[in-house]
Design a protein around this ligand. Structure first.
Ligand SMILES: C[S@@+](CC[C@H](N)C(=O)[O-])C[C@H]1O[C@@H](n2cnc3c(N)ncnc32)[C@H](O)[C@@H]1O
Length: 248
């Protein structure tokens, strides 16, 4: 849920500011009421984050309020099959599957250690029947998933969540549409980057995560297969936002 897939540390002026304490407090207050620790999946979600941290995974999982929003989107559209690009420790997938018992989640992860931890977390959560993790660069694993859809071995995607290497945002978006039913939702995370996408400061033109965000927004705007908007967010995840598209 952040730009930490960069291979090099960004220069100081391109680092995102820390989250606003009032926004973090608001997330805590609302989550404590809307998803308290007694909720049916709270303990498996906490265990997922604890084990992921213990196994050395970076703390770049989707913020809780956003992850629940994703799971509620799946519920609202009665999704049967979701695609996630960028698994990390399986937190987003476990939110999706645990909130939606009939849902199958296909999730793609490049890093073998992340995938191993995710599979471990998924097994601990009792969700192995619902979630399938594919290991490898998503640009290579996504076509095999699409072939399985074409062959009728998998249902079409109802919901797609793109949250991996930002430079490939558009490539994943463009490819995933092929596997989507009409009315499917595609969400691309981290496309606002503290407002950097709209900045004229040339420093951003060298940043892959900003250029990847601009490319998916600009291309989606010209693409007659979808209608899309960007929603800015704030809270545990600092000032960012996601692209929300519906396949026409
Ligand atoms: C921000 S994390 C994903 C967080 C996750 N969606 C969640 O809800 O907690 C991004 C993940 O994308 C993975 N990733 C980076 N490049 C990738 C690629 N080319 N193909 C697949 N996964 C990739 C990273 O290894 C990392 O685990």
């Amino acid at each position: 849920m952040s730009d930490q897939q960069q291979s090099t540390t960004p220069p100081k002026s391109t680092r995102r500011p820390p989250p606003d304490p009032k926004a973090v407090a608001t997330d805590l207050y609302t989550l404590n009421h809307l998803h308290p620790s007694i909720a049916h999946n709270s303990s498996i979600l906490s265990r997922t984050l604890e084990n992921s941290a213990a196994q050395g995974l970076p703390l770049i999982y989707s913020p809780r309020a956003f992850a629940k929003f994703l799971a509620l989107q799946a519920k609202a559209i009665n999704a049967k099959h979701c695609l996630e690009v960028g698994t990390l420790g399986g937190y987003g997938s476990i939110w999706l599957a645990s909130e939606n018992p009939g849902l199958k989640v296909t999730t793609l992860e490049f890093d073998p250690h992340h995938a191993e931890v995710a599979r471990d977390n998924i097994a601990t959560a009792g969700l192995t029947e619902q979630i399938t993790v594919h290991v490898g660069p998503a640009i290579e694993t996504l076509p095999t998933v699409l072939s399985d859809i074409d062959a009728g071995k998998l249902e079409t995607f109802d919901l797609v969540y793109i949250d991996a290497d930002k430079g490939n945002n558009w490539n994943y978006f463009d490819a995933a549409i092929r596997g989507c039913r009409k009315g499917a939702v595609i969400m691309v995370d981290n496309v606002v980057q503290g407002g950097a996408i709209a900045s004229e400061d040339e420093i951003w033109n060298t940043q892959e995560h900003v250029m990847g965000a601009r490319r998916v927004i600009e291309n989606a705007g010209k693409d007659e297969r979808v209608s899309a908007t960007v929603i800015q967010t704030i809270g545990e995840g600092s000032h960012d936002g996601f692209l929300y598209a519906v396949v026409l």
